[in-house]
Design a protein around this ligand. Structure first.
Ligand code: UDP
Length: 240
């Protein structure tokens, strides 16, 4: 049996693309349910969990900018996409028996509560999983940066990035099968090498707040509990 989790409070970033599975668009319910089951496993062990969900499986702001449209409008649409994913994940978590709430960085009272740091802390201390929707609430940012910010705001012990690959590579391993893989790498090296697994701004926020980062594959069943116990395949970016 895996050892007890090493972290008391985590911030998990799941990209929209990871939720897509093999589909070309939208949400693969199986992946969403697996993510919910993985979260339940660690939540049942008493780990306090915040989740930032991306929106790239539905919409990215650059899609509009690339066709000559207005980037800000595109980013608003991207943030709305993250809200849709957050609602899907909340549904999956509740069906799995996990008490959870969605807090959005953009006000949409009819759908969910708005994010404040105080309400997030209150929900977490009452044992609820908090799903942070709408990224930072600002255009020109990404949900990676939102994840690092929320991790700092809730005092998370670690920022986990669930991706479609099992760690940090020198190049995209899906395009370059021979790309070097790192078991550990520093925040500084990630920035210096321009590794694209996470945004520069997100890595800088994590570094400045001394938050370690773990990158692991969402496709590994039970992967979250395993990496939190120091097992499973992952890359660790230590705090120092
Ligand atoms: N977005 C934004 N501000 C934020 C977070 C996200 O404008 O703070 C928009 C942006 O258009 C982005 C889209 O939402 O392309 C989806 O987020 P992201 O690309 O980070 O999703 P992921 O790649 O994780 O699926």
């Amino acid at each position: 049996m895996a050892d007890a989790p090493q972290y008391k409070r985590i911030l998990l970033k799941a990209s929209g693309e990871a939720l897509m599975g093999d589909r070309a668009f939208g949400i693969d319910q199986k992946i969403c349910d697996r993510l919910a089951a993985d979260v339940r496993t660690v939540w049942e062990k008493g780990v306090s969990v915040g989740i930032v969900i991306g929106g790239g499986n539905i919409f990215r702001g650059v899609q509009i900018a690339d066709t000559g449209g207005d980037r800000v409008t595109g980013d608003h649409m991207g943030m709305l996409a993250t809200v849709m994913n957050a609602l899907a994940l909340r549904t999956a978590l509740r069906q799995a028996g996990v008490d959870c709430v969605v807090l959005s960085a953009l006000a949409m009272d009819e759908i969910c509560d708005s994010f404040t740091q105080r309400s997030a802390m209150a929900h977490l201390s009452e044992g609820r999983v908090v799903i942070f929707a709408a990224g930072t609430g600002n255009p020109f940012f990404t949900t990676d940066t939102a994840a690092a910010l929320r991790a700092a705001e809730i005092g998370a012990d670690v920022l986990l990035k669930a991706t479609q690959v099992d760690g940090i590579y020198a190049a995209d391993p899906q395009k370059n099968p021979d790309a070097e893989r790192f078991d550990t790498i520093s925040h500084e090296d990630m920035l210096a090498r321009g590794l694209r697994v996470m945004d520069t701004a997100a890595v800088a926020v994590a570094r400045d707040s001394q938050i370690p980062i773990i990158v692991y594959s969402l496709l590994q069943e039970g992967g979250l509990a395993a990496v939190l116990s120091g097992e499973g395949r992952h890359t660790l970016v230590p705090a120092h």
